[in-house]
Design a binder for this molecule. Structure first.
Ligand SMILES: [Zn+2]
Length: 144
């Protein structure tokens, strides 16, 4: 299993060079928190964000209410520098080329908080919602 890791990581890296150069407009500044957990835990956390037949390599969880972006990496197969930078860019609001995942996530968050009066001058922290945590996963395509 360990022998497979460099190959898988290389695949992710090549897939992950395709980040767009444009930030999602209005993306808030989020504190980046990086977690290194066992490969099993990373997969459990990230698998729900990737499609069937795909294996997660890392994922980013956005929590706009807390102004936080959590990155989940495997401590057993540490991420390459490219993956690290890629995930950090997601936290800063950069989506994949041609992708609109992050924009959709931000829009969903905005519409979910509009009714709660988030922009009405109230303390933002009191308006935290569990469903504000939305995510993007990195995947390794296992089969074509
Ligand atoms: Zn990505």
């Amino acid at each position: 299993m360990r022998l497979l890791a460099p190959v898988l990581l290389a695949m992710v890296l090549s897939a992950c060079t395709l980040l767009g150069h444009q930030k999602v407009p209005g993306w808030p500044q989020l504190a980046i928190v990086e977690h290194y957990v066992s490969n099993t835990e990373m997969r459990e956390r990230c698998a729900k964000y990737v499609g069937f037949g795909m294996s997660p390599a890392a994922c980013a969880e956005f929590n706009f209410a807390a102004n936080r972006c959590d990155l989940w990496f495997s401590a057993d197969f540490p991420p390459t520098r490219g993956i690290l930078e890629h995930e950090r860019l997601h936290c800063q609001g950069y989506d994949h080329v041609g992708g609109s995942t992050l924009q959709a996530i931000l829009q969903r968050y905005r519409s979910s908080t509009r009714l709660a009066g988030r922009f009405g001058g109230e303390n933002d922290d009191r308006g935290q919602r569990k469903d504000a945590q939305l995510d993007v996963g990195e995947v390794v395509r296992q089969e074509r």
